[in-house]
Design a protein around this ligand. Structure first.
Ligand code: GSH
Length: 207
């Protein structure tokens, strides 16, 4: 049994998207972060850091979104969404995952944290231009590595494509400029039926 605890348009979309790409049967449990449900006692038993998403697979809990995506692909993907372990493509894939989480997501998350996510007394609006500059810088560095068509590693969709497209979607929501190539990648990937059905399932839970 697979249960994803999440909230629409957060990092839970990465995980729901992977689940949908693999055509898995999964249950969605809304954790309404607008009503601070992630801080409640029941949810903190699942995720002691009180964040979304949490993925539960046959009683096993995974509380980091990237780890959850990779775990699902390894366990249920039957070769889909991940290059074979130990290959050069696998190294490239790991490299993309690290880059996305540590270099692309972080400046965006800093914008989010200092605009709305941190307690007000800890927000430093003066950091926003630096975060915007850092995001623009890493995207400029990666521009030539982004694919005009296909995916980051060639012909096959991987977890890294899903993570990158979802992260670039945040950039768009945070009104950060994207190059034509980055925007085309974001749009092409997020238009995939699995991305849209995952988002629809998460959004429907809001009622
Ligand atoms: N590194 C964690 C970050 C999780 C995280 O910060 N999630 C945000 C939503 S995207 C959250 O739970 N925000 C509510 C809060 O911080 O109280 C992951 O990738 O799963």
């Amino acid at each position: 049994m697979i249960t994803l605890y999440g909230f629409p348009q957060t990092r839970s979309w990465r995980v729901s998207w992977v689940l949908e790409e693999l055509g898995l049967d999964w249950h969605y449990q809304l954790v309404n972060i607008r009503q601070a449900e992630q801080r409640g006692h029941d949810y903190s038993q699942l995720n002691p850091r009180r964040r979304v998403p949490t993925l539960e697979v046959d009683g096993q809990l995974i509380t980091e979104s990237m780890a959850a995506c990779v775990f699902v692909a390894e366990k249920f993907g039957d070769g889909a969404l991940l290059p074979a372990a130990g290959t050069a493509d696998s190294a490239k894939h790991q490299q993309w995952l690290s880059l996305i989480i540590s270099e692309i997501e972080q400046p965006l998350w800093n914008m989010g944290k200092h605009k709305f996510a941190l307690p007000e007394e800890h927000r430093i609006p003066a950091l926003l231009p630096t975060a915007q500059w850092e995001f623009a810088k890493i995207m400029a560095e990666l521009e030539s590595a982004l694919p005009e068509q296909g995916f980051l590693l060639g012909d096959n969709l991987t977890v890294a494509d899903i993570l990158l497209a979802q992260t670039l979607n945040w950039a768009k929501r945070f009104e950060q400029p994207l190059s034509a190539k980055a925007e085309a990648f974001r749009a092409r990937l997020t238009e995939r039926p699995a991305a849209q059905s995952a988002l629809a399932k998460e959004t429907a839970s809001l009622g």
